[in-house]
Design a protein around this ligand. Structure first.
Ligand SMILES: [Zn+2]
Length: 426
């Protein structure tokens, strides 16, 4: 497998990656713009854009911000509401895999920013049915989250006639350099389908998804182009206008607004995705089983590009984290009603055979991992000079608080009926 000589990304990156004659990937090259572009000027551009969307009548919200109990949510609301002075409507798709700290972070966000928030909790039985189907079809336990998170804000924009949606970073731009920052790429139906949804849109797959009806998929269907055009809905990405540094931004939010962090099993990052049992755990382990790399590669790559890790240090971290077994597998299996063996059988169907080799007796081995590439010949020439150390803070969510001070206002979102209906004694 070919790996970038500067970061840790492989050639089989699912978002698509290309290498130049120095062996540096497109993601690293576009990332160099962060140190070259005039970010003051870009922010001015953003301010002018936002000014146009301030609702003059005072009767509607100025924009929509998709939020969760983690991942840049505080930073974006802080910027849009407190720095630029807009009146946003916050929207959140309930993943139903919520951790206590995520519930707390969202409760705190609701409280301190003084914004209205709209939550969609899809019928838990429907979510379970869809997840069973997407696990078979695409080896994903996360399709419903990705679909819900990317469509609910658009549905709300159309329904409430709020034309501007503000997203955080564009993943294709940030990870693999699919676009330049100056392209100012905006949200599209096509990117969502091809990349966020692994190529499977809700309405495309009704007949193929087992036991999932058109009705079940309704919450995940993207509004019609005509409806979007009528309201003039557009979605911009802040990372095109602000020099994006998720780690620094989270640290500012810890200081200012008491954003809470927690250690995660499969990555060094204690800031992103702390609101979900599965994102950095089982979902990430599946990503590793499919593509031969996981979140630790994403996070180490990000830190290498931001000059807080050397490539060698990054590779050491990958060695330490990428094989870690998920902690919450049993939680998921109990919920979905599946055995471990059945689960791995399904996931194994989706391994990328360019990176994984099947051995006798259902065993798999990596053909070539980035961990074999510590001493690549071309790495030295294209390395960036490290300017600071990479340390993630851990805050301490107070445990053993009295019930009324806890944040579990919304529970796990389902009741385990063990596959049976309610028994009524006569
Ligand atoms: Zn690279």
């Amino acid at each position: 497998m070919r790996y970038c000589q500067r970061c840790l990304y492989p050639k089989n990156h699912p978002l698509g990656i290309i290498f130049d004659d120095k062996g540096v990937c497109s993601g690293c090259r576009i990332h160099e713009e962060k140190d070259v572009l005039d970010w003051k000027e870009r922010e001015e551009k953003l301010k002018i854009l936002l000014e146009r969307y301030k609702d003059k009548s005072g009767e509607n919200y100025d924009c929509i911000i998709p939020v969760s109990g983690a991942r840049d949510s505080y930073y974006i609301v802080h910027l849009v509401k407190n720095v630029y002075g807009l009146n946003p409507l916050l929207v959140t798709y309930n993943k139903q895999y919520n951790t206590e700290i995520g519930i707390r972070n969202l409760a705190n966000l609701r409280t301190i920013f003084d914004c209205d928030i709209l939550t969609l909790t899809v019928n838990p039985e429907t979510v379970k049915k869809i997840t069973r189907a997407t696990l078979v079809k695409m080896g994903s336990i996360y399709w419903h989250c990705l679909a819900g998170q990317t469509v609910f804000p658009v549905q709300v924009a159309v329904r409430f006639k709020i034309p501007l949606i503000i997203w955080v970073a564009h993943q294709g731009c940030d990870q693999v350099g699919m676009f330049s920052h100056i392209d100012e790429v905006e949200m599209t139906r096509r990117y969502r389908k091809e990349h966020d949804l692994l190529g499977f849109e809700a309405e495309d797959n009704i007949s193929e998804l087992m036991q999932v009806s058109e009705e079940d998929l309704k919450p995940f269907v993207y509004p019609h182009d005509k409806e979007i055009e009528k309201v003039g809905v557009r979605g911009i990405y802040l990372s095109n206008y602000i020099r994006w540094d998720s780690k620094k931004q989270h640290e500012e939010m810890i200081q200012r607004y008491e954003y809470e962090t927690i250690a995660q099993e499969r990555t060094i990052d204690t800031y992103n995705d702390v609101d979900c049992f599965h994102y950095s755990d089982l979902h990430d382990y599946i990503k590793f089983l499919k593509w031969g790399y996981g979140k630790i590669t994403d996070h180490a790559t990000r830190e290498i590009r931001l000059k807080r890790l050397t490539r060698k240090e990054g590779i050491e971290l990958v060695k330490r984290y990428q094989d870690q077994k998920p902690q919450n597998l049993q939680l998921f299996l109990n919920w979905i009603g599946m055995t471990e063996k059945g689960f791995y059988y399904l996931v194994n169907q989706h391994r990328d055979q360019k990176i994984w080799k099947e051995k006798e007796g259902n065993q798999w081995e990596l053909r070539d991992s980035v961990t074999n590439h510590s001493d690549d010949a071309g790495a030295k020439e294209v390395a960036l000079d490290k300017v600071e150390n990479c340390i993630f803070q851990l805050t301490h969510l107070k445990k053993d608080q009295p019930e009324e001070k806890r944040y579990t206002l919304i529970g796990r979102g389902y009741i385990d009926r063990g596959g049976r209906g309610r028994e009524i004694k006569r």
